[in-house]
Design a protein around this ligand. Structure first.
Ligand code: PHE
Length: 335
C-alpha cells in the first residue's frame, strides 16, 4: 500500500522524470519486484488477497507510465505544430505526364469500350503455337524467319510475340463466342532500328466473333473508331491485303488532310495514314482454337499505336518514344 500511494503521488512531467519513474517502478530492479517475493511469506488464507494487491500496484505503475508517455508525446506534437509557419510557400508538386503511347492507347481502349469490347491482356513471351501456328502461319512462312522474330536463347519455340494476334488464340482457347475483346500491348520484331521502325512497338488487337458477323460489321466498327479517334469527318480507305489468319484481309488508312485538300486530291501534308490491318477470321484459325467455323464468323484487326502517336504529337523519330528521355516525355502534359 505504501508503494501504491507513492506511485499515485508521483507526477513525472518531463521525459527524464518519466524515465526515472520507469526505472524505479518498472525497470529490472524496480520497487515492486520484492513485493512479489513476499507473497511466499504470507499466510495461505491471505495469499490471494496479497497477490492481487501487489499485482494492482504493478498495473497502476504501468498505467501511469503509459498515460504520462502519451501525454508527453501529444505535448511535443502540438508544440511542433505551434512552430509551423503556415504562410511559408509549399513544396512544388511536379505534375507528371503520360507517355504519348499511353495517351493514344488509352484513348483507343476507351473508344472500343464504349461499344462493348473488353480488354484482354496476355504475355509478351509467347510460344510459337499461339503466335504463329494457331494463327494459321505455316512453318515455312517468312514471318517465322529468324530475321523477324526474337527467339529466346537456346529455344526454338519460345519467342517474343511479334503481334498481339497471339491473344486472339489465347482467348479463343479459353472461351466460346460471343467474343468481343481488344488486346493492347507491346510486340517485338527483329528489325533494324531507324527513325521509322523499331524492334519494339505497340498494337491493339481486336476480335469479334459471333453468329452472322459480316465484313460490313467490321467496316462500320472501324469507321466508328476512325471518326472517334481522328475526327467526325474522317474518311477511311480499305486496301486489299494478306494476312495468314484472315480471309479476306485488308489494311485501313485514314485520311487526315483537310477536306479541301481531299477534294483537290492532294495527298501532300498529312494525307493518308495507315493505321491497321484487319479481316474476317480465317476458318482454319477457328478450327485450330476449338471454335466451330460452321456456326461462327468473326473479324479481327490489329492497330499500330506508334504511327498514330507520332502523327498526333508530331514526333518525327520513333526512337524518341523508347528512349525515356524525361525532356521528351515531359512535353505531353495533356489529355
Ligand atoms: N497481326 C497483324 C500485324 O501484326 C495485324 C492484324 C491483326 C491483321 C488482326 C489482321 C487481323 O500486322
Amino acid at each position: 500500500n505504501a508503494v501504491l500511494s507513492e506511485i499515485q503521488g508521483e507526477n513525472p512531467e518531463s521525459a527524464d522524470a518519466l524515465e526515472q519513474f520507469r526505472i524505479t517502478y518498472l525497470g529490472s530492479k524496480n520497487k515492486i519486484k520484492p513485493l512479489f517475493g513476499e507473497i511466499r511469506n504470507v499466510t495461505p488464507e491471505r495469499k490471494k488477497e496479497f497477490g492481487q494487491l501487489v499485482n494492482s500496484v504493478k498495473v497502476a505503475a504501468e498505467e501511469k507510465f503509459q498515460a504520462v508517455k502519451d501525454k508527453l508525446e501529444e505535448d511535443s506534437l502540438s508544440a511542433a505544430a505551434g512552430n509551423v509557419d503556415l504562410t511559408r510557400p509549399g513544396f512544388p508538386i511536379e505534375r507528371g505526364s503520360r507517355h504519348p503511347v499511353s495517351i493514344v492507347m488509352n484513348e483507343m481502349i476507351e473508344i472500343f469500350s464504349r461499344i462493348g469490347f473488353s480488354v484482354a491482356e496476355d504475355r509478351e513471351i509467347e510460344d510459337d503455337w499461339h503466335n504463329f501456328t494457331a494463327m494459321n502461319t505455316p512453318e515455312d512462312h517468312p514471318a517465322r524467319d529468324m530475321q523477324d522474330t526474337f527467339y529466346l536463347k537456346n529455344s526454338v519455340t519460345r519467342l517474343l510475340r511479334t503481334h498481339t494476334s497471339s491473344v486472339q488464340a489465347r482467348t479463343m482457347m479459353e472461351q466460346q463466342p460471343p467474343i468481343r475483346i481488344i488486346a493492347p500491348g507491346r510486340v517485338y520484331r527483329n528489325e533494324t532500328i531507324s527513325a521509322r521502325s523499331h524492334c519494339q512497338f505497340h498494337q491493339i488487337e481486336g476480335l469479334y466473333i459471333d453468329k452472322n458477323v459480316s465484313f460490313a460489321d467490321m467496316k462500320q466498327t472501324l469507321l466508328y473508331f476512325a471518326r472517334e479517334m481522328y475526327g467526325v469527318e474522317t474518311d477511311i480507305r480499305l486496301r486489299p491485303s494478306y494476312f495468314p489468319f484472315t480471309e479476306p484481309s485488308a489494311e485501313m488508312d485514314v485520311y487526315l488532310g483537310t477536306a479541301d485538300e481531299r477534294s483537290r486530291k492532294l495527298t501532300k501534308g498529312t494525307g493518308w495514314l495507315e493505321v491497321l490491318g484487319c479481316g474476317m477470321v480465317d476458318p482454319q484459325v477457328f478450327e485450330n482454337c476449338g471454335i466451330d467455323s460452321s456456326v461462327y464468323t468473326g473479324y479481327a484487326f490489329g492497330i499500330g499505336i506508334e504511327r498514330s502517336a507520332m502523327q498526333r504529337f508530331n514526333i518525327s523519330d520513333i526512337r524518341s518514344i523508347f528512349e525515356n528521355d524525361i525532356r521528351f516525355i515531359r512535353q505531353f502534359v495533356s489529355a
